[in-house]
Design a protein around this ligand. Structure first.
Ligand SMILES: [Zn+2]
Length: 64
């Protein structure tokens, strides 16, 4: 686990449903950060509903 700006980089093992900061264990909200303006690639950031901590599991996909 390492810090990059305000995002915690985490490695996904079998399952990830627990916040690394507060221990909330019922899953995450999602936020999408576009990597480059005008391009479809976005990074999906998992946001803890309890404390708001942002977790990055390296989940990159394409959206409109
Ligand atoms: Zn939390």
């Amino acid at each position: 686990m390492s810090m990059n700006k305000d995002v915690i980089e985490v490695t996904l093992h079998e399952e990830l449903h627990t916040c690394m900061v507060c221990g909330y264990d019922r899953g995450f909200h999602a936020s999408f950060v576009r990597l480059h303006a005008g391009h479809p690639h976005v990074r999906c950031i998992l946001v803890c509903p309890e404390c708001g901590a942002r977790h990055d599991v390296g989940w990159i996909t394409e959206l409109k």
